[in-house]
Design a protein around this ligand. Structure first.
Ligand code: B12
Ligand code: SF4
Length: 471
């Protein structure tokens, strides 16, 4: 094998109960591009398992990586990054000759300071890697020459960490091969993600996606999307979640997609994201007619003052009215709310909680209320990074026992696996922290999602929020 390509994720069950259905897309796309370029890929997923305890998990990671190729490339979210660093350190200790590459959103958004801090990381392939990673592997297999000419890398040169310039984005998504779904474990991931577009024209200041994918949207054609869905259907998949924020931006494209699905007799159920300022009843009817069962809206807050700062373009009342009117079309409507913005007052939070209760109790939506997480490289991070706090209200992140108790009570309370987004975060964060407290404590700016921003009246806010879901 030329490369061991690894996606790091949390186990999809917890105490035998399912806490996640969803796969990621990028890693399968990378596997396909590598194979198309003639690279022999040893594809694997590493599932962090809370039940293991830190020492056993680190030992398991050592064993996992012991039989790997000479090039090991690891992708992860920010939440798993401290673990990925520990894994890289172990690989380099056991096998100093291996080249270790990190990629994906977690490492990419802190690539330079991360490599400066942890000399064991040989390279970060920044951003979308379909074009760069195959070139990197070929260059490494040929002795490492020419790496500096491949755009989109953070590498070491003459003892310094250097960027090779911005990545080459895939301009025409239809030129990509279909993701290598042969590696998708449908039992583990019964609801895989698909991606109909990349990029987002909005730049919400809290969002790590806009900072990561950059503004320009690129769409895939309906025919290509349907080709992909057919592969998933043939694997026994029943339901697909479109991961892109722009799925319903363009009505013409939506109609093309619906026509292509019908023509090809694809019989799947779907879930997608909807933007409240763009969604119309007509679009909702179209989606539901095409077997979309779930829509996910980011209302984000119940306070107009906060909404104006973070998104703008519509009011809370507008958003609620849109959700109310479209609720009847979808069997399931999910809404995301956040709290804990640096400028959020206690009154703002009370409004958010009132909206949470209304959405849940009156409109029967599935509502997520999450403590706003700092993500590196976002506009808010650049503005507020000096006010990161490690509050005792975050005990579920730092304390495995506390986390376990809260996770179990949340699972029992909500009964809905999808409701548990903060649950997934808790499981991941506390477990990762138990193995990597030293580096998380010493490097808040590299691992900011283990912290929160200072916000007024925090103790009272935590008391209010804990009534709904443990933070
Ligand atoms: C699928 C998904 C998940 C799945 C992950 C499943 C899995 N098995 O890994 C689930 C549902 C579990 C999940 C959970 C969470 N997620 Co998530 N998730 C996504 C989502 C919707 C799609 C990802 C995707 O497929 N993207 C499309 C593909 C094309 O991109 P990609 O996978 O990133 O891959 C490209 C590059 O990143 C790169 N790349 C990827 N892997 C690798 C590996 C190597 C070696 C290299 C070189 C390059 C590379 O190349 C790929 C191709 O271009 C994104 C939003 C989005 N639209 O991207 C959020 C997103 C990635 N998630 C996010 C967050 C915050 C979370 C949670 C922490 C949420 C929470 N508070 O609970 C949890 C983490 C919990 C946990 N314990 O895992 C944030 C990331 C923030 C960050 N900076 O890390 C995102 C961006 C959403 C957002 N706007 O907040 N998530
Ligand atoms: S929150 Fe959604 S709309 Fe805003 S920038 Fe992020 S992906 Fe785009």
């Amino acid at each position: 094998m030329d490369i061991t390509l690894v996606n790091i994720a949390s186990k999809t069950t917890y105490d035998g109960k399912r806490v996640n259905l969803l796969s990621t897309v990028g890693i399968y796309s990378l596997a396909a591009c590598l194979e198309q370029a003639g690279v022999k890929v040893d594809f694997r997923e590493y599932f962090l398992d809370f039940e293991k305890g830190p020492a056993r998990e680190l030992a398991a990671a050592r064993t996992f990586f012991s039989k790997s190729a000479g090039i090991v490339a690891i992708g992860c979210h920010a939440i798993h990054l401290p673990f990925a660093v520990k894994a890289v350190q172990a690989i380099k200790k056991d096998f100093p000759g291996k080249t270790v590459i990190l990629g994906g959103i977690g490492p990419s958004i802190v690539a330079k300071p991360l490599m400066e801090k942890f000399p064991e990381i040989d390279l970060v392939v920044v951003g979308e890697a379909e074009i760069s990673l195959p070139k990197v592997v070929k260059a490494l297999l040929a002795g490492g020459k020419g790496l500096a000419k491949i755009p989109g890398l953070m590498l070491r040169e003459g003892g310094r960490v250097k960027s090779t310039g911005p990545q080459t984005a895939v301009t025409d998504l239809d030129t990509l091969p279909l993701p290598a779904y042969k590696y998708l474990d449908v039992k583990r991931y019964p609801q895989p993600m698909a991606m109909s577009a990349r990029g987002c024209p909005f730049s919400c200041p809290f969002c790590s996606l806009s900072a990561y994918w950059k503004g320009k949207i690129r769409f895939r054609s309906a025919d290509k999307m349907v080709e992909e869905l057919k592969v998933l259907q043939a694997k026994g998949v029943k339901s697909v979640f479109f991961a892109d924020p722009c799925f319903m931006f363009d009505k013409k494209r939506l109609l093309q997609f619906i026509a292509a699905v019908k023509k090809n007799r694809v019989k799947l159920e779907y879930k997608c994201y909807g933007r409240l300022d763009m969604v119309s009843e007509e679009m909702c009817r179209l989606l539901v007619g095409a077997n979309f069962k779930t829509i996910f809206f980011g209302l984000e807050t119940g306070s107009d003052a906060v909404l104006k700062q973070i998104k703008g373009g519509f009011t809370v009342a507008d958003g609620l009215e849109k959700i109310r009117r479209n609720r009847k079309y979808f069997p399931r409507v999910e809404v995301s709310l956040m709290w804990g913005f640096p400028f959020e007052t206690l009154e703002d939070l009370k409004q958010t909680i009132a909206v949470h209760d209304y959405l849940k109790n009156e409109l029967k939506c599935v509502v997520q209320l999450t403590w706003f997480q700092p993500f590196a490289n976002t506009a808010y991070f650049n503005k507020y990074k000096d006010s990161l706090v490690r509050h005792e209200g975050l005990s579920a992140i730092y304390d495995r026992k506390q986390s376990r108790a809260q996770v179990l009570s949340t699972i029992d309370d909500c009964g809905e696996f999808d409701y548990t987004i903060s649950l997934r975060s808790m499981i991941g964060h506390s477990h990762v922290y138990s193995m990597a407290a030293d580096i998380v404590d010493a490097n808040p700016l590299l691992f900011p999602d283990f912290y929160r921003y200072q916000t007024p009246d925090l103790p009272e806010k935590i008391r209010l929020v804990n009534r709904i879901v443990p933070s």
